[in-house]
Design a protein around this ligand. Structure first.
Ligand code: SF4
Length: 222
């Protein structure tokens, strides 16, 4: 796990995740980024902050139809309007960032998962990037890359993979933040649905990478 991290970091450098100015912005982004590209979240956040401050009370004060229209770039905007509103109401009732941050990690994770529309990946984005808790985010990219590298089977449950990664790496918030960002970068650049193995920096240690055939080496050397 650490060798993979070192190779990815050496190749791509620091990714500066999560791109946000406040913990609350991280949480809003985590809700909005479900099933959509980050660029669409950026568009929606820019539209939102054109008219109001990024503040839970101000978001709740918006007419839901107006909020849905503002969130249109993220797709499923009616669902996400409901989810964001539910989350903002929960956030305020819980005492805002300070109220949530006072909880131990296990309690906070359980409480976030109990909020309608917050699944494990969204909760863990919040825990790691907003609350700086040592929780490894397991997304589809993580599962695909580590399965192809032979580090996991790939069909394990979310919790099993998360705990295995956290145990292997030890609790390290800066490492977890950077590692997740690097996985996303590598999964988009090389380890895509159809992987670009010949150009991949991990190919020599990847059991999924095709072995260069004798014929092609002869052609290359000849
Ligand atoms: S060699 Fe191919 S399958 Fe392995 S990590 Fe790289 S792109 Fe993914």
């Amino acid at each position: 796990m650490r060798r993979v991290y070192a190779a990815l970091f050496a190749a791509y450098g620091q990714q500066h995740w999560w791109p946000a100015d406040s913990p609350f912005e991280v949480m809003v982004g985590a809700v909005l980024t479900q099933n959509t590209a980050w660029i669409n979240v950026e568009r929606a956040l820019a539209r939102l902050t054109e008219s109001i401050a990024l503040d839970p009370a101000e978001i709740l004060a918006l007419d839901p139809a107006v909020l849905a229209e503002v969130l249109r770039p993220v797709g499923y905007f009616n669902v996400k309007t409901r989810r964001l509103s539910v989350f903002c109401a929960y956030y305020l009732a819980a005492g805002g960032f300070a109220g949530l941050d006072a909880r131990d990690t296990e309690t906070l994770r359980r409480d976030l998962l109990a909020v309608q529309g917050i699944g494990p990946e969204t909760a863990d984005d919040m825990l790691l990037y907003a609350f700086e808790r040592p929780i490894f985010v397991v997304d589809a990219y993580t599962r695909r890359l580590f399965a192809r590298l032979g580090l996991i089977a790939g069909d394990e449950g979310y919790e099993q993979i998360r705990r295995a990664l956290e145990t292997a790496l030890g609790p390290d918030v800066p490492l977890f933040k950077e590692y997740h960002a690097l996985i996303v970068r590598h999964a988009k650049q090389a380890c895509r649905t159809r992987p670009a193995c010949p150009d991949c920096l991990l190919r020599e240690n990847c059991p999924t990478a095709p072995v260069p055939s004798m014929t092609s080496s002869l052609v290359v050397s000849g």
